[in-house]
Design a protein around this ligand. Structure first.
Ligand SMILES: Cc1cc2nc3c(=O)[nH]c(=O)nc-3n(C[C@H](O)[C@H](O)[C@H](O)COP(=O)(O)OP(=O)(O)OC[C@H]3O[C@@H](n4cnc5c(N)ncnc54)[C@H](O)[C@@H]3O)c2cc1C
Length: 387
């Protein structure tokens, strides 16, 4: 089968790897000129770790982990009020856990498909026409080609979804938050810790990237806006959302880049169907769960693997797409639900909520509450080990 994959991120590259593995011909179009730069840290465990293991990548990823041994919560003066040790986090997750840069995972996936899969960087699709036997794709550079299947792996703001299913607003579920992040120089002596500082409705986070002297500053805040400002306005929007915020926030804002600031709303995608004819979606494009699930990358790998597996197991593409969706959808919905609940408790809206969060966090981050923490974290096990 000749399959066009729009998007060379986590889901797209995983899908490409497994399609090639099972004898198909995947072609990836990625709008970025080459692999993406910069990025943010991710917790990686469960199904994604399982798929990475099946691709022989687990040791390589473990060797490229972020140097974080704990998650700390601080007050305005930087005093630690609660600490989650990595050892406890691993017990809570109940299986292998890695702290990675998102780009590390993308790079490892890129290495896994190198010389096996054609990746056309700097390319994107512009229009599609479904026909009985194939799907005809027009590219933005004027080219045209037909494929047996088109898969949109182009993220939460998927163009493939827009072209085949309709506008984003039909499927978007806004959680009422936005985030921004960028790298900053470590002039703070942070050490191997991820540090969180909260005020009502907003949170500043700082952690090392693993590159000497570099940290990621991440900002999460409540907002009623459904979309984020255009690039040139993002810095001022962020500074205004975080004005008067304590701890290191003023210094971190002063280090914000003028243009290249990654900012997005926390938007989940919920669709009645993940496929239509010869077009299917995978990863955030059909099931975005947002960063508060801590499982989006992991489930994007699950999607890539399960879609390729279904196409391998079924001769008829319709049966395959149906089986893929039936297998994955319940797990995605369950994680989306938990991500919505967790977002509200992660960034309390009021001072009272914040005080309650601080008390609870101080109390429960210890071994005796592993069971309770595990319930709060949601389902962290691999869905591939279940029948
Ligand atoms: C700050 C932050 C923290 C997170 N933390 C975690 C975490 O702890 N654990 C976790 O598992 N997940 C986490 N996530 C979520 C995770 O990053 C996503 O769920 C995951 O990246 C989804 O993978 P994807 O391949 O579906 O989409 P993406 O990673 O968004 O990849 C989409 C790809 O498609 C490309 N593309 C977009 N449009 C087009 C187009 N028109 N044509 C061609 N190519 C296109 C993009 O350039 C990109 O390469 C976090 C996300 C953020 C933002």
């Amino acid at each position: 089968m000749k399959v066009l994959i729009s998007g060379g991120g986590i889901a797209g590259l995983t899908l490409a790897y497994w399609l090639h593995h099972w004898g198909h011909t995947p072609i990836v179009v990625e709008r970025a000129p080459h692999g993406r730069l910069g990025g943010y840290g991710i917790d990686f465990f469960g199904t994604g770790y399982d798929v990475a293991g099946r691709m022989g990548m687990a040791d390589q990823l473990a060797a490229r982990q972020l140097p974080t041994d704990s998650v700390c919560y601080v007050d305005g003066s930087g005093r630690v009020t609660a600490r989650l040790e990595r050892r406890l986090l691993e017990r809570v997750i109940g299986g292998p856990y890695l702290a990675l840069m998102h780009t590390t995972l993308e790079e490892a996936l890129g290495e896994a498909v190198r010389d096996k899969v054609e990746i056309r960087y700097g390319h994107r699709i512009a229009a599609i026409e479904q026909r009985p036997g194939d799907v005809d794709v027009a590219f933005a550079d004027g080219g045209r080609e037909s494929f047996d299947l088109l898969v949109g792996a182009d993220g939460v703001h998927s163009v493939t979804r827009e072209l085949a299913f309709g506008s984003e607003e039909r499927f978007a579920r806004h959680l009422g938050f936005a985030m921004a992040c960028y790298p900053v120089a470590d002039t703070y002596g942070l050490g191997p810790r991820r540090v969180h500082y909260n005020e009502p409705g907003r949170q500043t986070v700082l952690y090392p990237t693993g590159r000497p002297g570099e940290l990621i500053a991440l900002f999460l805040y409540r907002t009623s806006a459904r979309s984020v400002p255009r690039r040139t306005k993002r810095r001022s929007a962020l500074c205004s959302a975080f004005s008067d915020m304590g701890w290191l926030t003023p210094q971190l804002l002063a280090a914000a880049p003028q243009d290249d600031l990654f900012m997005d709303s926390l938007t989940q995608i919920a669709m009645p169907s993940w496929h239509a004819g010869r077009v299917a979606l995978v990863g955030d494009a059909c099931g975005a769960m947002t960063l508060t699930s801590a499982q989006g990358a992991s489930m994007a790998m699950a999607g890539g693997y399960l879609l390729a597996q279904a196409l391998h197991q079924h001769d008829d593409h319709r049966a395959a797409l149906h089986a893929y969706e039936a297998r994955l959808r319940p797990a995605v919905q369950q994680r989306q639900q938990r991500a919505r609940t967790f977002a509200r408790s992660l960034v309390p809206a009021t001072g009272i909520g914040l005080a309650a969060q601080s008390t609870v966090t101080r109390l429960v981050l210890r071994d005796a509450f592993t069971g309770l923490l595990r319930r709060g974290y949601g389902d962290t096990t691999s869905i591939l080990t279940r029948t």
